[in-house]
Design a protein around this ligand. Structure first.
Ligand code: AMP
Length: 413
């Protein structure tokens, strides 16, 4: 018999949720509450091909959770909250505590609270979401699915920064990596595709946030994001890796505080900083009209991606099963994919199948497949990511284990 599961993804000022019927994994409704903390907050509900928009002042995440439940009840997606049998939360940071998804108990919640110092924008909303659901449904299993968990297999030489060792031991300064749920999804899809566990992959998750992972023998070996999601590639509004001396220099030159500069590195840099546009579609449109800064931003993004691919190609000793593009830009930006592949093709012995590349995007008939020629040394592929599915799958499996055993806390593989 089907059961209902709720998936919650709380951002710093937003809350996304989806209600699913399981085991069919069928979405009943999804909602997106935006501008939490503002009087002009609003939300949308999507179900049965319909879209409902409402405006309401929602001052914090606890109120957002209440609004979500009211909507689920008012629209009769559930008749009573007791119909919800499991709740999955996307949690940004699991630190070194978690390499897999877990059922949230007091200890887990305390660890998530401890990690707030590393992601002060994200965790408060996530914690409020968990605590509100716990007060309303204390007996329903709640599961945390961490963005960092998949990257916990990285060897020490790849996750340490060359900084005083005590900063790692006492302050947790190391590379954690993010988008782990997406990188895990693609890895599992590739394991099915190649029919083997020990796949070697370079996964390019290129969306408004972007990261590339190096997968060796089916596990994360290296990744481009670091202590926080600011590191690595050039992104929509984030700078990616920069010389850290820039921070002190620009603080003095422009009389800014460290907090102000950090905020600019996160919200006003990247493609937006260079060309005034962070949405890749708008940026491409500008570039096509001859805008030089937009053209420069796209070339910088291409090079930033190509450099990580080259690094991971070397880390894998050239033994790559597939280079995979995913997320909003990776799945859709046909010209960028082509430019990236052209820039690495002779060095790596791969060749673009231009027709296949032109035919694959979310807005086309085909959304996934191989975009390299048969004679290429390894496959280049486009695979749509599905983080929601992973969160739902972990939540379902862990909730079932809790129900059957009453105590299992960590997902059994
Ligand atoms: P995500 O964060 O994965 O949702 O990706 C968002 C990014 O994907 C934005 O920069 C979008 O402009 C980009 N994107 C979405 N659709 C397309 C498209 N058809 N062509 C190019 N970029 C796209």
């Amino acid at each position: 018999m089907s059961e209902k599961y709720l998936i919650i993804n709380a951002g710093s000022s937003s809350l996304k949720f989806s209600l699913y019927e399981v085991p069919e994994m069928k979405e009943i409704v999804n909602g997106y509450i935006e501008k939490i903390g503002n009087v002009d907050s609003f939300y949308t509900l999507k179900f049965n091909g319909k879209k409902l928009e409402k405006r309401k002042a929602i001052m914090d995440h606890t109120e957002a959770v209440r609004t979500m439940l009211e909507e689920l009840l008012d629209n009769q997606f559930i008749v009573d909250v007791s119909e919800i049998k499991g709740i999955g939360h996307r949690v940004v940071h699991g630190g070194e505590f978690y390499s897999q998804s877990v059922v949230i108990d007091e200890e887990v919640l305390n660890n998530i609270k401890d990690l707030t110092k590393l992601v002060p924008l994200h965790h408060p909303g996530e914690i409020a979401g968990i605590e509100s659901m716990k007060s309303i449904m204390p007996d329903v299993p709640q599961v945390a699915v961490f963005d960092t968990a998949f990257h916990q297999t990285m060897p020490r030489e790849n996750y340490m920064y060359a900084l005083p060792y005590s900063w790692y031991e006492e302050n947790g300064v190391r590379k954690y990596g993010f988008h782990g749920t997406s990188h895990r999804y693609i890895t599992e899809e590739m394991q099915k595709y190649f029919n083997k566990k020990d796949v070697n992959l370079i996964i390019c998750h290129i969306g408004s946030g972007a990261s590339i992972s190096c997968i060796k023998d089916g596990e994360c070996y290296d990744t481009s994001m670091g202590l926080t999601p600011l590191d690595g590639l050039i992104m929509g509004t984030r700078s990616g890796s920069i010389d850290s001396s820039i921070i002190e220099y620009i603080c003095k030159e422009r009389s800014l505080t460290v907090e102000e500069v950090t905020s600019i590195l996160n919200k006003k840099s990247g493609l937006l900083g260079i060309a005034g546009q962070n949405d890749f579609r708008d940026l491409e449109a500008l570039a096509n009209k001859g805008d030089e800064k937009a053209q420069l931003a796209i070339k910088m993004l291409r090079n930033s991606i190509a450099k990580f691919i080259a690094q991971y190609y070397v880390e894998l000793g050239g033994q790559v099963d597939a280079l995979v593009f995913t997320a909003g830009i990776g799945e859709n930006a046909i010209t960028l994919r082509s430019d990236i592949i052209k820039s690495i093709s002779s060095a790596m012995g791969i060749e673009l199948d231009a027709d296949a590349n032109n035919n694959i995007a979310r807005f086309k008939e085909i959304q996934s497949g191989v975009i390299s020629t048969l004679s290429s040394k390894f496959k280049v592929m486009v695979i749509p990511t599905n983080e929601e599915y992973m969160i739902l799958k972990d939540t379902f499996e862990l909730s079932q284990q809790v129900k059957s055993k009453g105590q299992s806390k960590v997902l059994k593989k």
